[in-house]
Ligand binder design. Sequence first.
Ligand SMILES: Nc1ncnc2c1ncn2[C@@H]1O[C@H](COP(=O)(O)OP(=O)(O)O)[C@@H](O)[C@H]1O
Ligand SMILES: CC(=O)OP(=O)(O)O
Ligand SMILES: [Mg+2]
Length: 392
Amino acid sequence: MTDLILVLNAGSSSIKFALHPAAGSGRKPALTGEIGGIGTAPQFKARNAGGESLDTEVLAGADATADHAALVARLLDWLLAGEWGGRISAAGHRVVHGGRQFDGPVLIDAKVMQALEQLVPLAPLHQPHSLAAIRAIAERLPELPQVACFDTAFHRTQPRLAQLFALPRHLSDEGIIRYGFHGLSYHYIAGVLPDHLGKRADGRIIVAHLGNGASMCAMKERRSIATSMGFTALDGLMMGRRSGSIDPGVLIHLQENKGLDVAAVGRLLYSESGLYGVSGISNDMRDLEASADPHAREAIDLFCYRAALELSSLAAALEGLDAIVFTAGIGEHSEMVRRLVCARLSWLGVALDQTANEAHANRISTTDSAVDVLVIPTDEEAVIAEAARHLI
Ligand SMILES: Nc1ncnc2c1ncn2[C@@H]1O[C@H](COP(=O)(O)OP(=O)(O)O)[C@@H](O)[C@H]1O
Ligand SMILES: CC(=O)OP(=O)(O)O
Ligand SMILES: [Mg+2]
């Protein structure tokens, strides 16, 4: 019987999962799937090694409103009851915040868990879900080795200036710096870039990870040199329910003059803003694209405008631009968002091939575009599985 690594990736609107062979990197996962649309219309999907659908279910009743922890418990029931042609011998998790302490994957023990708990306030939409999943597995399979892989780790190589806020020095010294997130996704893209760009892969690349959470990463020699998210996953781009960068004076005003306390400001920035707040309809790009409501269109336009601005700022950090990569839920699937973002980037030499874009082709720029524009599906689960293989 082969040994399998159970991979869990708790995102803000999804739980992605996979069973990867524990030996032989590069081999296909025995199972992949996700519970998507958490908070709107949750749907469970699972596919076998051949990519064929095993199960697709719209979650109804109590499951429709269940939180991440309840959905992880349900997923574990399903996974442990199934026959996957192997035995689960380890688990690997995406953990969003590793702080300053963790710059690479670690085997989880009580001390690591304690350190990760302390980072919960810095990633309230993510860290609790990952830790709940780790605990749920430890309860059912106490002997199973578990590995944590961090979204922040990929960015730890950034130059000091890219990490600093213009705050008093003692605050930077105690760790109030820009960490950056979506690092497992950027790590995956950095790994496959040579397959798409050859030698140009080591040039000046901006990867746009546009999902429910959204960020961008500027890479040189396939290492992170700047990113749009900061101390928390609130900074930078407009997102599903998060505001992204905002004048900090607004937060002072809301507390001083509008009676909002800290918890209310937190809810506003993490859950009530972004596509959801501007449209008043949904955080899901699919719903907004399908809607005729002008507020939906304004939310999409603002999302794309802000993405183009952030991308341009990262191009300045790179001092030029050779390629853009779109990835994650929106980046991989929304022809409209890619079109609207790229339309604002012609001054950088970006020319989109509209037919290729509509076909979701791998290369969506014209042959004479000065900047290559690619669509590459990300695979955070593969990065986690590889890290777990190395550690165990
Ligand atoms: N076909 C599609 N067209 C437009 N947007 C899509 C499509 N499929 C998925 N999305 C968007 O992708 C988002 C989820 O992206 P994903 O990367 O899975 O999110 P996360 O990991 O942050 O939970 C959804 O909220 C939805 O807006
Ligand atoms: C860090 C973050 O925002 O993650 P996600 O996109 O999965 O919500
Ligand atoms: Mg995600």
